[in-house]
Design a binder for this molecule. Structure first.
Ligand code: SF4
Length: 367
């Protein structure tokens, strides 16, 4: 049963140098027809489930005008919600206004995720982010008038960044005193400005040291996923849907969803989308892939994967698998209180372990 929906708003007022997300420059004419198409997509595919989480991401949903944002909220309001539904919207600092926050609250949004990345002017300019440090502090105070459940994004591993500069960002982020911090190491993706400028990533050992420093510095938060930290009770329910390998709707341009055993990706072509050609591809997720996903996604959680859940849902015991036993012997995995989890030394190197779960011969299930 689907309990979550992600909706993609692909418009941005400026383009960040590192961004390879599905996004377009904001033009009012495009927004209007996009919202009509989004409404039709929801009408076509939504099966009236009562949702526990809704996430408006992008792009930048906050780049919409007040009128457009209200229309978006009206479209979203056809999705049924539980009384405790976590309803998140992503915002950029420079867009936030008191009127916008009031509108969000009026339509039931109760969590706000703010793309800050860094507070240092040279790196803000490197990333082509448009806010200033002073603006961040002022806007967070404003947001706190309306929201308790606030996430901020912190990015690190900028070329030339020193540990002292990261420490300064961490101090500043801690002083914002918000209940959730998501961290991201800068990745130079293809088709981005940084890639075109041939910017080189920082050395991997410095990146690893920075990760370690972040984990130490945010120790007063609950470190519940490799890169996510929350005050207890503020863990992102929506993102846990992904890490728990549960079903979710993906509505909007370039969105992905997972329904039953079908994983689908929507088109990234705005013209196709506006003509109602929403789905780009659909694939049946085999039992083997479902199992792989349980581990590849679930081991991102610091608590790991419940062995009982695997036994219940797949009628097999992962502790019987030799390759799991080998990872336990090598102390790459740990087994505690019924959960298999990554050993702390391997949090940073998680991809090296997670990839071992792909194409493993031992699942004992067909492709
Ligand atoms: S990072 Fe976010 S705000 Fe920046 S261009 Fe990409 S989608 Fe837009």
């Amino acid at each position: 049963m689907i309990k979550s929906a992600y909706l993609h708003i692909p418009f941005c007022r400026s383009i960040c140098s590192y961004c390879d997300f599905c996004k377009y420059y904001y033009y009012p004419d495009m927004v209007s027809s996009y919202l009509s198409a989004l409404q039709e997509e929801i009408e076509k595919y939504y099966h009236q489930e009562v949702l526990e989480t809704i996430y408006l991401g992008g792009g930048t949903p906050s780049s919409l005008s007040l009128k457009e944002l209200e229309r978006l909220f009206q479209i979203v309001s056809v999705l049924k919600r539980t009384s405790t539904c976590e309803y998140t919207i992503e915002c950029n600092v420079e867009h936030i206004t008191e009127e916008q926050l009031q509108l969000m609250v009026r339509y039931g949004v109760n969590r706000i995720s703010i793309g800050i990345q860094t507070l240092q002017p040279n790196y803000l300019s490197f990333l082509n982010r448009k806010h200033t440090k002073e603006e961040v502090f002022a806007k967070i105070q404003l947001v706190k008038k309306y929201f308790q459940n606030i996430n901020v994004d912190l990015m690190y591993a900028f070329p030339g960044q020193t540990m002292e500069e990261l420490e300064q960002d961490l101090e500043d982020f801690l002083s914002l005193n918000v209940p959730h911090i998501s961290t991201y190491s800068l990745i130079i993706e293809e088709h981005t400005m940084l890639y075109n400028q041939k910017i080189e990533p920082i050395a991997e050992d410095l990146d690893a040291d920075m990760y370690e420093r972040i984990v130490e510095k945010l120790q007063n938060y609950h470190h519940y996923e490799i890169s996510n930290f929350a005050k207890v009770g503020y863990e992102s329910k929506h993102n846990l849907t992904y890490w728990n390998n549960e079903e979710y709707y993906g509505f909007g341009l370039g969105a992905s969803g997972y329904q039953g055993t079908i994983r689908y990706d929507n088109t990234r072509s705005l013209s196709h989308y506006r003509k109602g050609k929403y789905r780009y591809q659909e694939e049946n997720v085999s039992l083997k892939e479902q199992l792989e996903n349980e581990f590849i996604l679930g081991l991102r959680k610091i608590d790991g994967v419940s062995v009982d859940k695997i036994k219940r849902n797949y009628q097999m015991n992962p502790l019987d698998w030799q390759f799991i036993q080998k990872l336990l012997e090598e102390k790459k995995l740990e087994y505690q209180n019924g959960f298999l989890k990554l050993a702390q030394n391997y949090w940073y190197l998680s991809n090296e372990i997670l990839v071992l779960f792909l194409d493993n011969e031992e699942w004992g299930v067909e492709e």
